[in-house]
Design a binder for this molecule. Structure first.
Ligand code: DX5
Ligand code: ZN
Length: 209
């Protein structure tokens, strides 16, 4: 499976989005993970303003919102792939159809308390599963080791599907997730709070091998 480290961005203004993406320019990731929060699906907000993604980045949008379908319609032009929560209020099949209509990739995210059995009906229809390894909503929440079993189970059910983990990922927890079967790793605070982002990036890359 192809392995990828994907930095995440939480931003409350265009200025913050630009500052955080500028920070990433020192490590040149191939993909960026944009955390979208509407203040109701999760308490905080992120990318709730009319934002512009800096052109040099391909990005996926992680939609922690009540109405992912509406967001997808409004913002599909500057986004390459979408991740919709199983727990959101939209009919997931409609989001999957819509993303395919726009020729975008689509994934389904599972909150820690969501049983992985619930997602099995979607596995054949989507490009990835995102397993939340924290309770969603902010940078810096503690990694939930109980999620390793969920990763193992989904990997058994879908040997070739991309499995991404999001939340509390550091070089140490990355290794655990990789060993359990994940192949894509979203990184927030470990990069954004690093005093030297290049050193932090190299540590993450070294933990992939
Ligand atoms: C959490 C977001 C994550 C967040 C990860 O709700 O979905 O993508 O940015 O940040 P860390 O790596 O600090 O847990
Ligand atoms: Zn995320």
């Amino acid at each position: 499976m192809k392995l990828a480290i994907i930095p995440s961005i939480i931003a409350r203004s265009q200025k913050e989005l630009e500052e955080r993406t500028h920070k990433l320019s020192f490590i040149k990731p191939t993909y960026m993970h944009l955390d979208v929060m509407d203040g109701t699906f999760v308490k905080r907000t992120s990318l709730e303003f009319p934002f512009i993604v800096p052109k040099s980045y391909a990005c996926e949008a992680h939609l922690m919102v009540r109405n992912p379908k509406g967001w997808l319609v409004k913002n599909h032009a500057q986004i390459d792939s979408f991740i919709v929560h199983y727990e959101s209020e939209t009919h997931l099949h409609e989001c999957i159809k819509l993303a395919k209509h726009y020729k975008k990739k689509i994934g389904v995210a599972l909150n820690p308390e969501t049983d992985d059995e619930d997602s099995t009906q979607y596995l054949k229809l989507i490009d990835k599963v995102l397993i939340m390894t924290v309770h969603p909503g902010k940078y810096g929440s503690p990694f939930l080791p109980e999620m390793l079993e969920k990763i193992r189970h989904i990997r058994k059910l879908a040997p070739k599907l991309d499995i991404e983990v999001d939340g509390g990922v550091t070089p140490e927890t990355l290794k655990l997730c990789k060993h359990a079967g994940a192949n894509q790793f979203v990184i927030g605070s470990f990069l954004q709070n690093a005093s030297d982002i290049k050193v932090a990036w190299n540590k993450l890359k070294n933990s992939l091998v």
